[in-house]
Ligand binder design. Structure first.
Ligand SMILES: [Cu+2]
Length: 158
């Protein structure tokens, strides 16, 4: 069972509108914004999740990630000698109010060992772990971040 709201952090998945944060206490909460998982061709056993992490009034260390669909880890794509490769990151440290962007070509949440390929439009739980607390958001599976706007105007929103 996943903990949706820990006593230490309010974790907000702002899937539709940044105005969703209006009711939250900006001092206390760590936020995850624009969470999404990249759609992959059927049969692919790995994909990646992206999001923007915004610290609240306290410094925060993200020292793990998880997802029920497979093995999750923090990765960063680096270019060494003109070649792009991915390295694992131990943790993400954010100062108060700091923002870290996990985006294609940079830091990301790697999802490996998938039992099946998640489909476009599906919601995949993505969890950040800090000091033993899991903070989870349902990430839509999209072909690209631009897919978000068409999803917003679709007729079958949950
Ligand atoms: Cu990776």
């Amino acid at each position: 069972m996943m903990i949706r709201f820990s006593p230490l952090f309010a974790f907000l998945a702002l899937l539709t509108s940044p105005l969703g944060a209006a009711g939250a206490d900006p001092e206390a909460s760590l936020r995850a914004e624009d969470v999404w998982v990249r759609a992959m061709p059927p049969g692919q056993r790995m994909t990646a999740a992206y999001l923007r992490i915004v610290a609240g009034g306290e410094p925060v260390e993200i020292d793990g990630v998880s997802s029920p669909i497979g093995d999750a880890s923090l990765h960063e794509t680096q270019t060494v000698d003109g070649r792009s490769r991915m390295v694992e990151i131990e943790k993400l440290s954010l100062g108060p109010g700091e923002t870290v962007e996990l985006a294609p070509g940079g830091k990301h949440i790697m999802l490996m060992g998938l039992e099946r390929t998640p489909e476009v439009g599906e919601l995949v739980p993505i969890c950040l772990i800090s000091e033993g607390d899991s903070m989870c958001a349902d990430a839509p599976v999209l072909r690209s971040p631009a897919g978000r706007s068409s999803a917003d105007h679709g007729g079958n929103k949950p």
